[in-house]
Design a protein around this ligand. Structure first.
Ligand code: AMP
Ligand code: MG
Length: 351
């Protein structure tokens, strides 16, 4: 399959530039497009065939459900049963934006879209290209992250090309995305909303709107426990992983830096390629040229935005061993470390 790439400027574009992509979506094809979180791989959410094509293109296990993206609030009622006052308040506060809500599904949503579940995850993205694409195509768009299953999520069109070139109909290149990590997922089917995946919208932001919010126990674990069945099925799979062995080194920088420097020497002696993921503040303290800055500790947003790109760079430089500092910021710390831990296969040491 030939994958057509179309460049669209998110700040200034005309609807005609999206016409071809809309046609592809209407006829059951797949289009990757930018959202404010990461690039999504879109297909008709109400078509079982299109959903199956998405799983096949990504190599994704078919029990890992897709998020349905809508362009207008009234479209929620086409797919979701029982939208209560709490959900309406959250939508009013955070839609369009990086918040996914889970409801009981209506019959029209095929089980191939929901990974066999009787619930459906829905979000209205705020990215202008994503919104225009959904609205103009007239279809509800199932869109998981546009990476090959298990690899870091794409934050640029070139990442999508690396993974899916030749496997999908089209890629809309709208430049680098803003947030860089996936949406916060909240289960609205229980009396008290439950966070299933942390993201840019934090627990305290949600609580300001609806009062009490719980966190899924599976999300709090440092390691996935077999007896805790994750309610967000994606949580049980290894994710975001670079090819090299990633280790997160926790502790004060006074301890972490010399520890990593010592390990780097050992790898060097053995002729192995080892890299460090550090920050603007700490990068000059490592005795290697293979140190990569993920962003500044002064701005958590820069760390979130740089995370997946840096994990992909580790593959590009052929890193066999990767040592990363821990990034426990106040606001996005939970969301960032959730991804880092998965990328590391939960391999973490405390110094
Ligand atoms: P991605 O599209 O890669 O951001 O992943 C979407 C994630 O949303 C999945 O891995 C699931 O964890 C979660 N999800 C989607 N639909 C549901 C649902 N009905 N119930 C629980 N979690 C869901
Ligand atoms: Mg994903």
């Amino acid at each position: 399959m030939n994958t057509e790439i179309q460049i669209v400027n998110p700040e200034y574009f005309q609807d005609v530039q999206l016409e071809k992509a809309c046609k592809v979506l209407r006829s059951g094809g797949l289009v990757a497009f930018p959202t404010e979180t990461v690039y999504g791989l879109g297909g008709d959410a109400l078509s079982s065939d299109a959903a199956q094509k998405i799983y096949a293109a990504k190599g994704r296990p078919s029990d890992n459900p897709l998020i349905v993206h809508i362009g207008r609030e009234e479209d929620l009622h086409r797919v979701a049963k029982q939208v209560d006052g709490q959900a309406r308040r959250l939508m009013e506060a955070f839609w369009p934006g990086p918040l996914t809500l889970i409801f009981h599904k209506k019959k029209v949503v095929p089980e191939s879209t929901t990974g066999g579940m009787q619930t459906v995850a829905v979000r209205m993205p705020s990215h202008p290209i994503a919104l225009a694409l959904i609205r103009n195509s007239g279809v509800l768009i199932a869109a998981p992250s546009a990476n090959a299953s298990g690899r870091p999520s794409p934050t640029r069109a070139s990442h999508v090309q690396e993974d899916l070139q030749g496997r999908i109909d089209m890629i809309i290149d709208g430049g680098q995305v803003g947030i860089g990590i996936e949406s916060t997922i909240v289960d609205m089917t229980e009396d008290i909303p439950v966070i299933l995946r942390p993201g840019y919208i934090t627990k305290s932001m949600l609580e300001e709107v609806v009062g009490q919010v719980r966190v899924d126990p599976a999300m709090m674990e440092d390691k996935p426990r077999k007896d805790l069945v994750a309610k967000a099925p994606g949580m049980k799979y290894r994710h975001y992983a670079p090819r090299g062995r990633l280790t997160i080194v926790e502790g004060t920088l006074e301890n972490v830096v010399p520890y990593i420097n010592r390990i780097l020497e050992e790898h060097d002696r053995r002729g192995e390629i080892a890299t460090v993921i550090a920050t603007e503040e700490s990068k000059s303290r490592y005795r290697t040229s293979r140190v990569f800055s993920i962003g500044s500790r002064q701005t958590e947003g820069s760390i979130a935005a740089g995370l997946y790109d840096i994990l992909r760079q580790m593959d590009a430089v052929g890193a066999e061993y990767i040592y990363a500092e821990s990034f426990q910021g106040d606001r996005l710390g939970a969301a960032i470390m959730n991804r880092m831990l998965k990328a590391a296969g939960y391999h973490k040491i405390n110094i």
